[in-house]
Structure formats: C-alpha cells, structure tokens
Design a binder for this molecule. Structure first.
Ligand SMILES: [Zn+2]
Length: 435
C-alpha cells in the first residue's frame, strides 16, 4: 500500500471516498490497494461453507492440469499467476535448470515480518497402470468424496490457500502477510523446493512459521524421516556364461553390494531406538529397483539398482552409508585391476533432510490453534519439504486436508468435510493475521 494511504489525516476521508467512487465508475484500473477507502468497514469474512465451495471449484481447475512430476507444471503455474494477478499480487517464479518447471512464491498482505508461509507442491504421482473408477484429471464427487489425482496430495491444500487468497490480499485486512510457496518435483525427492526456500530466506521479510499442507487429516504433524537415495550402476565385462574366467558379471558384483545393503538394513532395524515416535521406529533401507543383464548365458555387462535410506531426525545418513561406500570403492578397484572398462558408479539421487520436532515450536503453536488441535504430538514416516524449510531456519509444521492413506492410490480422494475443515483453518488464519 502506498504510504500516502496509510495516514488518514493527509487526505480528507470524504474526498477519498468521492475519488474512489469516481474511479470505480470509470473502471480505469486504479490500483486495487486504495479500493475500498481506508475508512470503509472491512467486508465480513465469508462463511466456512462458502470458502470451502470456492476451494472445491478451484480444486477442479487444479486437478485438470496433469502435473505428473515427469512433465511440466508451467500451465498450472501460469494459471495461479493469473489468479494472483487479478488480486494485484505479483508472484515470483523460480524455474528449474531447463525451464520446463517452476516454483512460485508470492506475498499477500503487507510486506512485514511475522507472516505465515503456506507451502505445497504442485506435482503429482503418475496414474500409469492404476485402475481408476473415473477420469483422474476431472474432479468427481461421490458420496462426499472428491476424487482425482492430487486431490489429497496435495492440490486440496493449494486450492484452499488460493480460495482464501482474495481475503489475504484484501487491502488493509492483514497486519502480517501470508506467503504462498508452491514447488515442483516434490514427489521425486523434494528436488524443487530448495531453490525457492533459498529465495524466500533471502528476499522476503522473515516469516514466523511455515505450514506445509501435506495430507494429515488437518492434524498437526511435527516430524518426519529424511530420505537419502542412490543410483548404483555396475559395469561388468561380457563373456559367455560358461567362461567366467574371461569376463565379469555386473549382476554378481551388484548382488554383493546389495547383500551389504540388506545386512545394513537388518542392523538398522536391530538398532531401533525404543523411544522413537516413528513407525517403524528404526531407519529403513530398501532397494526399490533392479535392472541387470540381457540373457541367461551372458555374463551381464550392466546392472543398475536404486535404494533409499530413511532416517529419523538425529541420525546421519552419510555416516550410516560410509562403510558401504568405502566397500564399493574397494570392489571397484579390484574390478578395474582385472578389466579396466568395468567398475561401480554411485550417484546420489536425493538427500532430503529429516524434520525434527521443535521444542515450543512457533509453527506448531500457530497451526494447533488454527486447526483446533489439542491432540498428542504426531510424526509421519513419509518425507516432505518440512525438513528443508526447517533446515533453512524456519519454524515449520505439517498440516493439510486429506489422509496420506489415500495419497498415490488409484481413486485418490479428499473428503468434502476435510475441505470444510481446511476452509475454517484459512478463515482463522485471516483473523489471526488481522489482529
Ligand atoms: Zn505430497
């Protein structure tokens, strides 16, 4: 808001009202910030039902954009920019390296410290091979459930934030801002958010808390495990399978490595902290994909596998993997001594930090009061962007509509009731930031 409009005595109120009326009649694009004049009463907040209804309309629009992580999310980003632009809000894109995807962040309300970040990812998991009862990209309601890819994970939360955006952006309503922070590539290892989080930390007035709207049935969650994932490629030396002395099977080497990982997984399980709030309590390690060889009678030239290690807060994944990585290096040296064209290539795919409960966390206090949540402390086994925000120094919490049990499934849905609870949350947020 320009400073001149912050100080009522400078311009007589009746003059401003007259001018406002005139401009309104002319419809000449007079900045929205001076409409209505500061002396007019603030319009009442909508009802929860009305806000939920507009969020569900928006959800239908967001679902219609197929933002599967492998594809571009730019059409959705452009749509959101348009919505915000209509409110006089300029959003900032943070594109990925090839420009096919982007994060988007924006500030609604005054640019002051102490605001609240509403964060969510725009990408969704694939529907490939899943059996859906209706078009996953067309919102369909059956018995109070809103079906569609991303309804619960997590376009429902984005729709709620966008439905409330006109309130947040209303001139003079908020004393502290709401920042929207929408990311890409969350579902493939939380790859998109870090560049946006860095910009938020650098360019925005310091927010008081970050609310990541992953599906938690609108209950407040204050911890998650981290994920470290690797792609391992073993290159062998082809030969007839009867002539093992003339070649090196990539599969046989890969099995040695995988055996090491399997032993490591078992030792992590044995070392479970009995006080850990997670289920399962321990760090988990599993090999998600294996691809190797071309025929039974050929010593395999290549074998690739992917594994992920998920650690509760406080465990260092790199320390856990250090002996495995050192062992792989030794085997690589032995292989190269026999056949120089062979070896083991290990590439880290992701390193998503765990999210630790904050003692007396501001975000948890805020989110519990907005959600009306007096329940026990909660953690979740899946990883999200909360750990990344926390690592950047922001007090963070997870709270959003829908249940993780419906995420990534065929016939993913969010309950209409969850959207109503989310709408009530947004209205309380508008009230809280107005005070
Ligand atoms: Zn998600």
């Amino acid at each position: 808001m320009p400073d001149m409009f912050r100080h009522p005595p400078i311009i007589p109120a009746d003059l401003l009202v007259a001018r406002w009326t005139l401009k309104q009649v002319q419809g000449d694009g007079f900045p929205r910030e001076v409409v209505p004049p500061y002396n007019a009463p603030m319009p009442a907040l909508p009802t929860t039902d009305a806000l939920a209804a507009s969020a569900i309309d928006l959800l239908a629009k967001l679902i219609a954009f197929d933002t599967t992580s492998r594809d571009s999310n730019l059409a959705l980003i452009e749509y959101v920019e348009g919505l915000l632009g209509d409110l006089g809000v300029t959003a900032t894109r943070v594109p990925n390296a090839d420009g096919r995807k982007a994060n988007l962040y924006a500030t609604l309300g005054p640019r002051t410290e102490g605001g609240i970040v509403l964060s969510g990812h725009t990408d969704v998991v694939p529907v490939d091979g899943q059996k859906w009862s209706s078009d996953p990209f067309a919102l369909t309601e059956r018995e109070g459930r809103l079906y569609g890819r991303g309804t619960c994970d997590m376009k429902g939360f984005l729709a709620l934030a966008l439905a409330a955006a006109p309130l947040f952006a209303e001139p003079g309503r908020l004393k502290r801002p709401v920042h929207l922070a929408f990311s890409y590539d969350e579902e493939v290892g939380c790859l998109g958010a870090p560049s946006m989080i860095a910009e938020i930390a650098k360019h925005l007035p310091r927010p008081a808390a970050v609310i990541v709207g992953e599906p938690t049935s609108m209950e407040v969650v204050h911890g998650h495990k981290g994920i470290t994932s690797y792609i391992v490629t073993v290159t062998g030396h082809e030969a007839h399978s009867s002539l093992t002395h003339l070649g090196l099977s990539a599969n046989m080497i890969a099995i040695r490595l995988m055996h090491g990982l399997s032993e490591l997984a078992a030792s992590l399980e044995r070392a479970a902290d009995p006080a850990s709030p997670f289920m399962p309590r321990h760090a988990t390690l599993t090999i998600g994909q294996i691809n190797g060889g071309t025929a039974v009678n050929i010593l395999a030239r290549e074998c690739t596998f992917v594994f992920d290690l998920r650690c509760p807060p406080g465990m260092d994944p790199m320390a856990i993997l250090a002996p495995f990585l050192a062992g792989a290096k030794t085997i690589d040296t032995e292989m190269k001594a026999r056949f120089p064209d062979t070896g083991i290539d290990i590439v880290r795919r992701s390193l998503t930090p765990a999210f630790a409960p904050e003692p007396d966390g501001e975000a948890e206090r805020v989110a519990r009061s907005l959600a009306g949540d007096n329940g026990p402390p909660r953690v979740v086994p899946y990883a999200a962007e909360a750990g990344q925000f926390q690592q950047a120094g922001f007090s963070t919490v997870i709270c959003g509509p829908g249940s993780i049990e419906q995420a990534h499934q065929p016939d993913e849905y969010v309950d209409r009731v969850q959207m109503e609870r989310g709408a009530a949350f947004m209205l309380r947020l508008a009230e809280m930031l107005a005070g």
